[in-house]
Design a protein around this ligand. Structure first.
Ligand code: M6R
Length: 366
C-alpha cells in the first residue's frame, strides 16, 4: 500500500508531480495558451458581475486559500478575503449575489466548511468548491466544483491535497483573468508554461531531500522555532509551521517578516532556529533586512531561496534552493521543502508520522 515508502506521508509527498499533472493537464489547451475550466458553469457575464470573493476553509486548506487570495487578486484584480470556516459564519460576513464564495476542502466533509457553504448559499452567493473527493458533501452542495486530482490522501498531514489546491487556484486565477481581460495573452501563456514545468521541478526538490533531512535533524532537538516570510512566502510559512507542529510537536510560529519587530523579536535569542523564506524577488531586500534582525540576536537561519540567487544565500547560515520559477508559482515548490522538513523532524523524534496524536483525518464536528 505504501509502495515501498516508510510512511503514507512520504509516499504522498512523492506523488506530487503526478498530482500536479493530473490536476492541470486536461485543463490547459494543447497550444498551452489558455485554461479551460469546463466545470465552471458561470457565464462570462456572471463572472463580470462578481465584485468580491470570499475563500473559506480550515487548516491546510485555509492556507491554500491564503495563496489563492494573492493569486486571484494578482491575476483577476478582484478583491478577495480568506477566512477560517469556523469564524466566517459568526462574523456576519457581507455576502450578496455578487459575492463568489470559494470553499476549499480536501475531504469535502469538514463540518465548519460545509456549514459556511450553506450559509453562503442561504445569503444568495454562488459557491465554488475546490475538493479532492468527487461526490463529497461539499461537492454535492456547491454550484460549481473544481476537483483536485491528487488521489486518495491517507496521512493525516495534508501534502499533495494542499499543493493540488494551489494548482486549482492558479488555473482559476487564469480562467478569471482570461474572462475579465485583466492580463495579456502573452502573460497568461507565460504562467501556463511555468505551471507545466512545475512537476519536473518538484522532482528536483525531492532529489535534494537529504539536505533538508540534515536541517530537520538539527531542529528536532529544539522546542521552539520561527518561520518568516513576506507576501506569498508568508502564506507558505504559515503552512510550514502548521505541518511542523502537527507531526513533530515542535512549537513554531509563522510571522510576516516585517511584523517581527512589533513584538515577536523579543523571543529571538541565541541558537533559536529561524526558517526564512525568500523566493519573492520584489520583497527580497526587505526580507534580507529582517533576516539580519534575527541574526543579530543570535538566530540560526535556514533560508529557502531560489537557484542562482546569491543575495539570500549570503544573509543566512544554511540555504536550500528551489528551482527557478515565476514568483507567483514559488509556493508550489517551496512548500515541498517544508513538508520534507516536518516529515524528517517527526521521524527524528520518533513520532507516529501518519497518525499524529489528538488529530483525525476528517473533522466532522464543529
Ligand atoms: O478535508 P479538509 O481539507 O476540509 O480538512 C481541513 C483540515 O482539517 C486539514 O487540512 C488539516 O489542517 C490537516 N490535517 C493539515 O495537515
Amino acid at each position: 500500500e505504501k509502495a515501498g515508502f516508510e510512511h503514507f506521508m512520504l509516499k504522498e509527498i512523492h506523488e506530487q508531480p503526478k498530482a500536479y499533472r493530473d490536476t492541470m493537464t486536461s485543463r490547459i489547451s494543447s497550444e498551452g495558451d489558455r485554461v479551460t475550466l469546463q466545470e465552471i458553469g458561470m457565464t462570462p457575464d456572471e463572472i463580470r458581475a462578481i465584485n468580491r470573493i470570499h475563500i473559506v476553509a480550515c487548516g491546510t486548506a485555509y492556507h491554500a486559500g491564503l495563496v489563492g487570495k494573492y493569486v486571484i487578486e494578482k491575476l483577476a484584480r478582484i478583491s478577495v478575503e480568506t477566512d477560517v470556516a469556523s469564524e466566517y459564519r459568526y462574523r456576519s460576513p457581507i455576502i450578496t449575489k455578487e459575492t463568489l464564495v470559494i470553499v476549499v476542502s480536501q475531504s469535502g466533509e469538514t463540518a465548519d466548511t460545509l456549514a459556511a457553504l450553506r450559509e453562503a448559499k442561504r445569503c444568495g452567493a454562488r459557491v465554488l468548491a475546490i475538493t479532492n473527493v468527487v461526490g463529497s458533501s461539499v461537492a454535492r452542495e456547491a454550484d460549481d466544483v473544481i476537483t483536485t486530482w491528487a488521489g486518495l490522501e491517507i496521512a493525516v498531514a495534508s501534502t499533495k491535497a494542499y499543493t493540488s489546491q494551489l494548482i486549482a487556484f492558479y488555473l482559476l486565477g487564469l480562467h478569471l483573468a482570461q474572462t475579465l481581460d485583466t492580463q495579456t495573452p502573452a502573460y497568461i501563456a507565460e504562467v501556463i508554461t511555468a505551471l507545466k514545468e512545475l512537476p519536473a521541478q518538484v522532482e528536483r526538490v525531492l532529489e535534494q531531500a537529504d539536505q533538508i533531512k540534515e536541517f530537520a535533524d538539527e531542529i528536532s532537538t529544539h522546542n521552539d522555532l520561527f518561520f518568516i516570510g513576506r507576501g506569498l512566502d508568508y502564506a507558505v510559512a504559515l503552512e510550514g509551521s502548521l505541518k511542523l507542529k502537527e507531526i513533530s510537536y515542535i512549537h513554531s510560529e509563522a510571522y510576516a517578516a516585517g511584523e517581527l519587530k512589533h513584538g515577536t523579536l523579543a523571543l529571538i535569542q541565541e541558537g533559536i532556529p529561524v526558517i526564512a523564506l525568500g523566493t519573492q524577488h520584489e520583497l527580497m531586500e526587505k526580507t534580507i533586512s529582517n533576516i539580519k534582525e534575527v541574526k543579530a540576536r543570535g538566530a540560526h537561519v535556514l533560508g529557502i531561496g531560489v537557484e542562482g540567487e546569491d543575495e539570500l544565500q549570503k544573509a543566512v547560515d544554511t540555504i536550500f534552493n528551489i528551482p527557478r520559477t515565476l514568483d507567483l508559482l514559488a509556493p508550489a515548490l517551496s512548500v515541498i521543502s517544508l513538508q520534507l522538513l516536518s516529515y524528517y523532524a517527526s521521524l527524528a523524534r520518533g513520532n507516529d508520522v501518519d497518525k499524529p496524536r489528538n488529530l483525525a483525518k476528517s473533522v466532522t464536528v464543529e
